[in-house]
Write a protein that binds this ligand. Structure first.
Ligand SMILES: Nc1ncnc2c1ncn2[C@@H]1O[C@H](COP(=O)(O)OP(=O)(O)O)[C@@H](O)[C@H]1O
Ligand SMILES: [Mg+2]
Length: 361
């Protein structure tokens, strides 16, 4: 079995599974376990397992014995808590991992979990539930924030100059947080694309013009279009959002004074197909490339830039590329990135409209 299909099994396993290293720290966990622990792997990996998982059973002795003998341990019907909600009754299976110093803990058949687990059977959907949570929070936090900003503004009416700085700070910072929350909400509110025949060059032109008038004023944007490119099947507004996000990132990566260069390229690649897990294929022959000559993706987040909340910027939300990736995958398309210092290239592949389709169909 290949490493990648092993990884797929690990992430689609409908049972929360946690890998523990020799020192009882969390080494890895699958999406079902992320759901169970109500936290992301990013945050949990490295933490002492028994700080995160409270098992209401005197385990120490039997665990020690199991460890010495390298035998698995099965504990039936115990209360397992995670610190952020009431304990659930489950059965624990704790087993050594062949060829590794650590252990694997599986939480079997926690009944109350059945509904929750169906939605966390892949990494993508784990991210989706994180977004759902964040969206709910965003909604709850926005109202009190408006109150805080309002109160600060009222206070500022009778203040000395020095103290005014403080109320201004409160107002400015609450605005910033509200903006962030709005982005989270926008992500959650994304509706399915309304697919119709689209001229991608129109979308690219709209994005280019709006970039050059705003955030991309310091960039030189060059076009390298295939004039015979057929119409795509897409939602022009959502695709505009995609291109704008990519142009914005490229503009933000460049030096704000020196500027930089962005190349927009389109071409047709007849043979480009997506293979789905169920074996069916989708042809995605329309290609858009957005290439910049900036410093490239930060190495430490290179592999995760499409995940929500992954950002290399001090004030970034990490939602831009997550939104881009969601929109493209809702279109049945594909996005990839290839980045080295001095050249970062995002590539989008989209399906074409039916051959006899016209725009405005
Ligand atoms: N063209 C690019 N050049 C360099 N780094 C990039 C580029 N596009 C994205 N990134 C990196 O990917 C991160 C995630 O981007 P994004 O999801 O849009 O979130 P945000 O822009 O809010 O940080 C950015 O913070 C940045 O570090
Ligand atoms: Mg961004």
């Amino acid at each position: 079995m290949s490493a990648s299909s092993r990884a797929d099994i690990w992430s689609s396993l409908p049972v929360p599974a946690i890998l523990i290293d020799g020192g009882d720290h969390i080494a890895d966990l699958n999406p079902a376990a992320e759901g169970f622990m109500n936290n992301s792997a990013r945050w949990l990996v490295g933490q002492p397992i028994w700080d995160r998982l409270a098992v209401d059973a005197p385990l120490e002795e039997s665990l020690l014995r199991a460890r010495e003998q390298g035998t698995p341990l099965f504990v039936n019907d115990v209360d397992v808590g995670t610190g952020n909600r009431a304990p659930l009754v489950c059965s624990l299976h704790i087993a050594p991992v062949t060829g590794q110093p650590g252990w694997m803990i599986m939480l079997i058949s926690p009944r109350e979990l059945a509904g929750r687990m169906t939605q966390s059977h892949s990494v993508k959907s784990a991210a989706k539930s994180a977004i759902g949570m964040a969206e709910m929070l965003a909604h709850e936090i926005k109202n009190p924030l408006a109150g805080i900003a309002g109160a600060a503004q009222l206070l500022s009416m009778n203040l000395s100059k020095e103290d005014l700085e403080l109320t201004d700070l409160i107002v400015a910072e609450t605005r910033r947080v509200v903006k962030l929350l709005e982005q989270v909400e926008q992500f959650g509110n994304l509706s399915p694309p309304e697919l119709r025949p689209v001229n991608l060059h129109d979308v690219l032109d709209r994005a280019r013009r709006s970039a050059q008038l705003g955030f991309g004023g310091h960039m030189k944007i060059v076009e390298d279009y295939d004039p015979s490119l057929p119409l795509a099947l897409g939602d022009p507004d959502q695709l505009l959002q995609v291109i704008l996000n990519l142009l914005k990132n490229a503009s933000e990566a460049a030096d704000s004074k020196e500027g930089g260069k962005i190349r927009l390229r389109t071409f047709y690649e007849h043979s480009f197909r997506l293979r789905r897990a169920d074996g069916s294929g989708q042809s995605v022959p329309l290609q858009i490339e957005i290439e910049d000559d900036g410093p490239g993706l930060p190495p430490d987040i290179k592999g995760d830039v499409f995940d929500p909340f992954v950002s290399g910027k001090e004030n970034g939300t990490g939602l831009g590329l997550a939104l881009v990736s969601k929109i493209i995958s809702d279109h049945g398309g594909w996005i990839s990135v290839d980045s080295v210092p001095g050249r970062t290239r995002f590539r989008i592949s989209l399906p074409r409209a039916p051959r006899d389709a016209k725009e405005n169909d």
